[in-house]
Design a protein around this ligand. Structure first.
Ligand code: SF4
Length: 331
């Protein structure tokens, strides 16, 4: 039996867990290819204009799976992965949005509700629905979840070592990562890249900003490279948090990067139509002066151009280099 997983949204955070879980139970996993113009166009054409870019892209991936030979499409409803914090409403309503928009899709959809007290979502409560659906025993389910959890923990450990989420995902699933993609910095410059995994690691949405920065010899830090303890420490200092799980992670990462002397500047990657980012980006921008650290916003949409982005990040990196040289000279 084939289960389709859209190569979008939290694929970039939970794919090692999902793939291990379903394959251990004997299912074949089919994923969509990386986001392309065709997928974006499909998503845009079939979405209401008010939706943010990542959700439109996700819809494009789901429709791509509808055209393929899969038996089921995995569209989890993310509610919470941290006590007292919730996902952005667009995540919570995603399965409903899809099943009510496309006739005949509902019977193909697998829609577990993900509710957990921490990031490790491999708990029985979230995956129980598959026992009845596929006639698997609780014991088989438990064993598959334990294996999936081990792989996901290893994914998170690689992230904290400084690998990008894409590299960490490959490493956790036993694939080799090429040497040039590892964590070296040739010009001693480090940038904190603040953005959701589904923006940063989708090369079409972010125009591969992570790779571009590394190709310029810049060391890149992202939120998933930080420890939970560091993020919680930052969140505790705020008089009020943002309430949405991943937005809070980014906010915590932003302040952690501001306080970290090794980080020379911050780039916030945000997608057009994101409500939470309008708060998050503003807060970080306002505080950049307090920490005396350069901050730049890169807003991407369905029509973003490569040349424009390249020019902006080159200018930002040059400015950081000059600032660093001036500081070295004591000016
Ligand atoms: S957090 Fe922003 S980008 Fe992510 S789903 Fe919500 S509105 Fe869209």
């Amino acid at each position: 039996m084939k289960i389709g997983i859209p190569h979008s949204l939290l694929y970039f955070y939970y794919y090692p867990l999902w793939k291990t879980y379903f394959e251990t139970l004997g299912f074949e996993i089919i994923t969509t290819p990386p986001t392309s113009k065709e997928i974006v166009d499909k998503g845009v054409k079939n979405s209401v204009p008010e939706l943010c870019v990542p959700i439109k892209v996700y819809i494009g991936h789901v429709l791509k799976l509808v055209e393929s030979e899969v038996d089921f499409i995995f569209v989890p409803r993310f509610v919470s992965i941290q006590k007292g914090q919730y996902f952005c409403p667009k995540f919570m309503g995603l399965p409903e949005m899809i099943r009510h928009s496309f006739k005949g899709i509902e019977e193909k959809m697998l829609m577990p509700s993900i509710e957990a007290n921490d990031e490790n979502i491999a708990t029985m409560m979230n995956f129980k629905i598959f026992e009845e659906k596929f006639g698997i025993s609780t014991k088989e389910n438990k064993l598959a979840l334990e294996k999936a959890k081990r792989v996901w923990i290893s994914f998170r450990a690689y992230c904290r070592e400084g690998y990008s989420a894409s590299e960490a995902s490959d490493l956790a699933m036993g694939k080799a990562v090429e040497k040039q993609l590892t964590i070296e910095s040739s010009n001693n410059l480090t940038i904190g890249l603040v953005g959701y995994v589904y923006n940063i690691y989708d090369p079409y949405i972010s125009l591969d900003i992570f790779k571009r920065l590394r190709e310029m010899g810049v060391n890149v830090k992202t939120f998933e490279m930080l420890s939970e303890a560091e993020m919680n420490k930052q969140l505790k200092k705020l008089s009020k948090n943002l309430f949405w799980t991943f937005s809070d992670k980014l906010l915590a990462a932003g302040y952690s990067f501001y306080e970290n002397q090794e980080i020379d500047g911050l780039i916030h990657v945000t997608a057009f139509g994101c409500g939470p980012d309008s708060m998050l980006g503003k807060l970080l921008e306002i505080d950049s002066a307090t920490y005396n650290k350069p901050f730049m916003t890169v807003r991407v949409d369905e029509h973003s151009g490569e040349n424009h982005l390249q020019t902006r990040i080159e200018a930002f990196v040059d400015m950081l280099k000059r600032k660093k040289m001036r500081q070295k000279r004591g000016a």
